[in-house]
Design a protein around this ligand. Structure first.
Ligand SMILES: NC(=O)C1=CN([C@@H]2O[C@H](COP(=O)(O)OP(=O)(O)OC[C@H]3O[C@@H](n4cnc5c(N)ncnc54)[C@H](O)[C@@H]3O)[C@@H](O)[C@H]2O)[C@@H](O)CC1
Ligand SMILES: [K+]
Length: 221
């Protein structure tokens, strides 16, 4: 069993699962989104008025799927998408199309983050390797200052998933729902102060060692 992985290791496992095993990336994204809604719905968070903040990378795609799943359960949710949609990843563009086809309104600014009972942070995940753009850093500071419970998707946005360093500004989360394995950056440096309670969720991405274990188990049965 792997304890914690770097962003690079996780990217290799993602890539292997998608390209070699053949699981479509949108399937993984849906499982990631479902796992976050499970944590949100487990009774620890007040879902009266939810904000989902989504960036343009695949972490944002997770966020858009989370907003859709919550809305379909009758939860009042605002979906804030930050940045130029033309620069979104293929998966995230697809999530935007799906959300719009289900009639989900998308907003581009928030007056007061204190109006929400919980904020889902899907701005940046393990793909962030350079400082967050200044405008998004300002949003992160406003969210932290609002003092509302925040659930981060995979890693608190702005945190280096490998080192736990802050890349300009970072979200201070109440809880972090991380996928497949803990990320080393959640367990060291600022990660220990920013991640809050860590939930590790199986979404169907495994290390080569675990895949080898499945094969042994299957052969033995
Ligand atoms: N590979 C996959 O298919 C999966 C990815 N997943 C999610 O995807 C994340 C990793 O996704 P990515 O590698 O796409 O990277 P991230 O979504 O972590 O985004 C970081 C990258 O996007 C850019 N970016 C994002 N929003 C921006 C904005 N508003 N303005 C300017 N630049 C912006 C950043 O500069 C950076 O290069 C994981 O943490 C996880 O949440 C999960 O859905 C599981 C499956
Ligand atoms: K995040």
């Amino acid at each position: 069993m792997v304890d914690a992985v770097t962003a690079q290791e996780m990217q290799q496992y993602d890539h292997y699962t998608i390209e070699e095993i053949g699981v479509p990336s949108l399937v993984l994204m849906e499982r990631a989104a479902i796992s976050v809604t499970e944590v949100l719905g487990a009774g620890k968070f007040d879902l009266t008025n939810v904000l989902v903040m989504a960036g343009l990378g695949n972490n944002g795609g997770d966020g858009i799927a989370i907003a859709r799943l919550l809305a379909q359960k009758g939860v009042k949710v605002d979906l804030l998408v930050l940045g130029d949609e033309n620069r979104a990843t293929v998966n995230t563009k697809q999530q935007l199309t799906i959300a719009r086809n289900y009639g989900l309104p998308i907003i581009h600014r928030v007056k007061d983050f204190r109006n929400y009972t919980v904020i889902v942070d899907a701005l940046f995940g393990i793909g962030l390797s350079k400082p967050v753009p200044v405008k998004l850093g300002e949003i992160i500071k406003r969210v932290n200052a609002a003092n509302i419970p925040v659930v981060s998707v995979d890693v608190p946005s702005g945190l280096d998933a490998t080192t736990g360093a802050i890349l300009g500004s970072a979200i201070r989360a109440t809880a972090t729902v991380t996928f497949a394995y803990a990320k080393t950056g959640l367990l060291q440096g600022e990660g220990t102060k920013r991640a809050g309670s860590i939930y590790i969720k199986d979404i169907g991405i495994y290390s080569p060692e675990e895949i080898a274990d499945f094969k042994v188990g299957i052969e033995e049965n």
